[in-house]
Design a protein around this ligand. Structure first.
Ligand SMILES: *Cc1c(COP(=O)(O)O)cnc(C)c1O
Length: 408
């Protein structure tokens, strides 16, 4: 069967955009934390669709929910009432700072809504000059024209014409530049990831987030958290900021909230969202009955008693295992980063070599910026799975060590 699939593939040219340097694996099935390729090999999935498959692959509750919804109603449009959407929004609000929610299909769209909400708030308050969004070096907010301008990564902006106006990217940790910016009359909001994901799993120190909240309040500037990667239990809390107790005015969510179904959300305080009246924003698919059924099913599990507690326990296992690995292999790794089940290992060898060899050993990992390898297990990961991952990383380290000894 595997061979037939491979032979069949060669009959087709590849008309997909060349925007991804894909690895050769074709996965044909997923079950929990495992992925199976077309040659019958199994891999422990510590990519989880880039922090998307929060409940692993084909979680029974999600499968049942999708089947039932598929036989009931898929899509109607936002012209009509959608009960599942009101329910999911109410549950998100009950669990957070927020009073209002706009559903999207992706993280970038959630950020677009967050940016529009912030600007529209100041416009409605009679301060339309407040339109600049302050962001930070190493940030990632998506791939639309606005969100690449927000992220400020030159590699993502190159060749795409003038960057969207109204974004200013500051150095990570430059408090003087930040305070100077916040005092300006053109600033609408600060946009920040509590832990930078794509940028290299860099945590913002708690004190900085606390100070940032105070400074924003002092200057009448809104605070937007991008919790697209950190949210929905990833850090052991429903949202990463809830551990610290610092609340934003607006928050972008996606990835884990759909468990693999395209779903995002922008959450805001009532007062802040007041300017988003009929006609100011829209989406064809966002928040459709199918997406809402699945989003609610994800929350059923993540908000279940003891679930987040168990994520925090597994996070402690992972920290312990990674510390051991770091102690044993200081020639390969230099630092453990991140929180909960969003972890990074800063590498001394090219991160690509680590990712490739780990895959040979049956463990899927994903690179992030700053030569860091990311570990993003599904939140249902067990201690035994973590032990398996550590064995694979240990084997990876031995291969890389042997290789460098041979070339020395
Ligand atoms: C993935 C990601 C996005 C973009 O989400 P898409 O669904 O790819 O548009 C935005 N912000 C952060 C922090 C992300 O990790």
């Amino acid at each position: 069967m595997g061979q037939a699939a491979t032979a069949e593939q060669t009959l087709y040219p590849n008309p997909l955009y060349g925007t991804y340097a894909r690895t050769p694996q074709t996965f044909v099935r997923g079950e929990g934390v495992w992925l199976f390729d077309d040659e019958g090999r199994r891999y422990l999935d510590f990519v989880a669709g880039i922090a998307v498959n929060a409940l692993g692959h084909c979680h029974p509750h999600l499968v049942e929910t999708m089947k039932a919804q598929a036989e009931t109603l898929w899509h109607t449009s936002n012209l009509f009432q959608i009960d599942g959407g009101q329910k999911l929004a109410a549950r998100l609000c009950a669990a957070t700072f927020a009073d209002k929610v706009f559903f999207t299909n992706s993280g970038a769209e959630a950020l677009e809504c967050a940016i529009k909400t912030a600007r529209r708030y100041h416009f409605t308050e009679g301060a339309p000059e407040r339109s600049t969004i302050i962001t930070f070096e190493g940030a990632f907010h998506g791939r639309t024209l606005a969100t690449i301008a927000a992220g400020g990564n030159p590699a993502y902006l190159e060749g795409f014409g003038p960057p969207a106006a109204g974004f200013e990217n500051l150095a990570f940790g430059d408090h003087d530049a930040l305070n100077a910016a916040l005092a300006r009359p053109d600033v609408a909001a600060v946009l920040i990831e509590p832990v930078q994901g794509e940028g290299g799993v860099r945590s913002v120190p708690d004190q900085c987030l606390i100070g940032l909240r105070e400074a924003c309040d002092r200057h009448g500037v809104l605070l937007i958290f991008d919790e697209v990667q950190t949210g929905v239990g990833r850090t052991g809390y429903l949202f990463a900021h809830q551990r610290i107790g610092v609340e934003p005015d607006i928050m972008a969510v996606a990835k884990g909230i759909g468990g693999g179904f395209p779903l995002g959300a922008c959450l805001a305080r009532e007062e802040v969202a007041a300017g988003m009246v009929p006609g100011t924003h829209g989406t064809t698919y966002g928040g459709n009955p199918m997406a809402m059924a699945i989003g609610n099913a994800v929350l059923d599990i993540v908000l279940d008693e003891g679930f987040l507690e168990s994520v925090r326990e597994r996070a402690r296992d992972l920290t312990q295992s990674l510390s051991g690995l770091l102690d044993l292999h200081p020639e390969l790794f230099e630092e453990i980063r991140g929180e909960g089940l969003l972890r990074g290992l800063k590498c001394k060898v090219p991160v690509k070599d680590v990712v490739t060899e780990a895959r040979n050993q049956g463990l899927l990992l994903v690179a992030a910026g700053d030569n860091t390898v990311r570990l993003l297990p599904p939140l249902i990961v067990t201690s035994a799975d973590i032990a398996y991952a550590m064995d694979a990383l240990e084997a990876t380290a031995r291969v890389l060590d042997d290789r460098s000894a041979a070339s020395a």
